[in-house]
Design a protein around this ligand. Sequence first.
Ligand code: NAD
Length: 451
Amino acid sequence: MHRMSFALINPATEERIAELEEAGVEQTDEAVARARAAFEGWRNVAPTDRARLLRRLATLVEEHLEELARIESQNVGKPIGGARAEVGMVAQVFHFYAGAVDKHYGETIPVGGGVDLTFREPLGVVGLIVPWNFPLNIASWKLGPALACGNTVVLKPAELTPLSALRLAELILDAGIPEGVVNVVVGPGRIVGQRLVEHPDVAKIGFTGSTEVGRGVMAGAAATIKRVTLELGGKSANVVFADADLEQAAAAAPYAVFDNAGQDCCARSRILVERSAYDRFGQLLIDATRNVKVGDPQDEATEMGPLISAQHRETVASFVNGEPLFRGETPLGKGFWFPCTLVEASNDDRIAREEVFGPVAALIPFADEADAIRIANDTPYGLSGSIWTENGARALRVARALDAGVLSVNSNSSVRPSTPFGGVKQSGFGRELGMHALDGYSEVKNVFVAT
Ligand code: NAD
C-alpha cells in the first residue's frame, strides 16, 4: 500500500527539517501485535532487572541531553534552555520509575478461613497518545510508569512533533529494553490514535491532549471497556491577593502564561487580582512582561519562541479583539510569532472561558477571598493554578476550595517527577507522575487461599 509522506517544519524559520512516511491502520495493528507478543516476556523480567534497564535508559537520556534538546527545540520552536530542562526532567522521570519498580506491591489482608493476597498486575498493551507542546516530557510521564508496571507500549506522538519520540525509541533499544516493548507509530490522530482507542488488544489509553479529542477518546474506549487516563485542557487561575509579595508575584506571572509561548495546559491564563492591588499589580505585570525575551529559540538568552504553526497562530489571534492592555514585540520575517499579550477581561468573556493555548493572559479583578474562589472555580476546567498571599492560613483555605488537581502557593511550578499531576472536571482524570501514576498502569488482583 502506498503511504503518504509529510514534512515537518521548524516553527521559528518555516524551514523543512524532516520528511516522514505516515502510518495508518495497518502499521498500528502491526505495532499492537508486536507489543502483545513482547508482553509475557516483559512482565516476567525480574523487577530488579526491569529497574536496571529503566535506569540505563535514564542515563542514556542524560548522555544525549543536548541532542534531544536540539531536536525538541527545532521541531517545537522551544527556547534551547527550556528544552534542556525538559529533557533533564525526562531523565529524572525514568530514574524515578526505575526506583519505583520494586516499591509498588500488594498486601495481605486478614480474612477468615485462609490467606488473602493482592497482586499488582500489569494491564497488557497500553496505547499512549501525546500532544505536540511537550512531546518528550509527556511521553516519559506515561512510558515511565507503564514500563515500570510491566506493560508494553504503542506510543503515538503528535503528527507535528514526532522526532524526539523516534530518537527515544532508539535509545530504548540501546538501553537493552527488548524489541517490541515500546513501539512508536507516527500518523494522524484520527487514524492511528483512533485505531489504538478501538483496538481490542489495547487494554488502556493514556491520553494527553485537548478536551474535545479527549471526549472522543473516552467515548471510543467504551466499546471495549478500556481504561483511560485523560490529561486535557485547562484555564487555570493565578490568584493574587493584595497581601502577597506583589513584586515577586508580578515577576513570576509572565512565565506562568508565556512559557512555551502559552502552549501549556497548566498556563495560568486568568490572572485574578484583588481590586485594591489591581492597578499597582497591573503596572508591575506590564513591566515584567516587557522583559520577556522573545526570539530565536537557538539563542541561549531566549525565553519565548514562536507558536507551533501558522494555523494555530490564527486561532490564537482570534481571541484578541480591540486594543490590549499590553502587546509585546516579536521578530519580523519568517516564523509563527505571536507577541506576549495582556488583556483586561471579565470572567464571562470568551478569552476567560476558552483555552487560548498562546501567550495571551486575561486580567480579572476580584473583591475578596470568597469572590476570588467563585471566579477561579467558574470554569469547566480544573487543572492547575497558583495562589499568591503572605497569609499561610488563607493559602491553605483557598487551596482547599479551588477545583484543581495541581496547585502551587507563591510559585508557578506544576510538575515534579515525584508528585501527582492531573486534573478535575473537564481537565480530565487519572494522575501522572509520582507513585500515583502506577495505579493507572496496573490492576489490583485479589487471591484468596483456603488454609
Ligand atoms: P489534540 O487533542 O489535538 O491531540 C493530542 C493527540 O491526540 C495527538 O497525538 C493527536 O494526533 C491525537 N488525536 C487527534 N485526534 C484523535 C482521535 N480522534 N483519536 C485519538 N487520538 C487523536 O491536542 P494538541 O493540539 O496536540 O495539544 C494541545 C492540547 O493538549 C491542549 O488542549 C492542552 O491543554 C492539552 N494538554 C494537556 C496536558 C495535561 O497534562 N492536562 C498537557 C499538555 C497538553
